[in-house]
Ligand binder design. Structure first.
Ligand SMILES: Cc1ncc(COP(=O)(O)O)c(C=O)c1O
Length: 303
């Protein structure tokens, strides 16, 4: 061991759970014929763990199983099947004590080239875990900027399912980063705001929360939890079309997703929202969301 290598801490090796086997990430491989790679023929879920415990795992697996049925993939699994695997992966990555983002990807599996899949393929499953974005806490406290995705969304994408077709999200996040924004929001040709590349979007106007209807957006697990928190807090929430103009004139704007929870937006495409700080309703929802998470995890921890 040289003096130099003693000073520089060795990077921790990270592990993935590939088809139920714990493998160092650098050595994990899938077939070149895996349909997830060749056709994007697969689905995924991203959820957050709090000190090793996943929140909303049942809802995430229900969404995945529902989509798997639609796309005719043999995946019918529950939170009880995956909770031990999540713990195993977190332990290997020394993430049990922290909060982490965990992603479960399933693909239809490997098959000879050709769009129509043969029957009886064995799906590939891949579980990844990563520490949360270190800037998240600051972003949650101060709020973030968002921009609009430059292409109008008019194609026949299937926004109700978390398919592996995330190329628009990749581009959207790259553009957002370039503009010093956290997220890019999809707009329709008719100027309706749909959602962020990896988040649902909400506006607050005169004390009421507005969010685009599910037609054209992912039914977010966090979106649903926020609806429960709003109801319990006596804050009216309505699903209705939110235009670009509505968003720019809103009193408050926020995003939701499993990893970011409730994230205040203080700038939309360069326009300041409210007084440029997270608004009171967004704050109440952030607190209510944390209470909801704490209560759910306490319930699950009971023997
Ligand atoms: C397109 C899109 N919308 C919304 C969300 C938020 O979903 P959830 O609250 O289930 O994490 C995501 C999550 O990644 C997403 O990719």
């Amino acid at each position: 061991v040289t003096a130099r290598s003693r000073r520089v801490p060795r990077p921790r090796e990270s592990y993935v759970l590939l088809n139920d086997r714990l493998v160092p990430a650098a050595r994990a491989t899938i077939s070149a014929l895996d349909r997830g790679f060749v056709y994007g023929d697969g689905l995924f879920e991203t959820f957050r763990t709090y000190h090793g415990a996943p929140f909303g795992l049942a809802q995430h697996l229900a969404r995945l199983t529902r989509s798997a049925r639609v796309f005719r993939m043999p995946f019918r699994e529950t939170a009880d099947d995956w909770r031990p695997r999540v713990r195993r992966l977190l332990r290997a990555n020394r993430l049990l004590e922290d909060d982490a983002a965990v992603r479960l990807t399933i693909s239809r599996g490997a098959a000879p080239f050709g769009i129509v899949p043969p029957r009886a393929l064995r799906p590939t499953t891949l579980l990844l875990a990563t520490p949360l974005d270190p800037h998240l806490a600051r972003a949650q406290a101060r709020g973030v900027a968002v921009c609009f995705f430059p292409f109008r969304v008019v194609t026949a994408r299937l926004p109700g399912h978390k398919t592996l077709h995330y190329l628009p999200a990749v581009l959207g996040k790259m553009i957002a980063r370039q503009r010093r924004a956290w997220e890019a929001l999809y707009l329709t040709a008719g100027d309706a705001v749909l959602e962020g590349t990896t988040s649902n979007v909400f506006a607050v106007r005169r004390g009421a929360i507005l969010t685009p209807p599910l037609h054209g957006v992912l039914p977010g697990v966090t979106r649903r939890t926020v609806a429960v928190v709003a109801r319990r807090s006596g804050i009216p929430m309505r699903e209705r079309t939110v235009t670009r103009r509505d968003l720019l004139r809103a009193d408050e704007v926020f995003l939701t997703a499993s990893t970011i929870e409730v994230l205040p937006v203080v700038r939309v495409a360069g326009t300041r929202i409210g007084d440029g700080r997270p608004g009171p309703i967004t704050r109440r929802l952030q607190e209510g969301y944390h209470r909801q998470v704490a209560a759910a995890l306490a319930r699950e921890a009971r023997p």
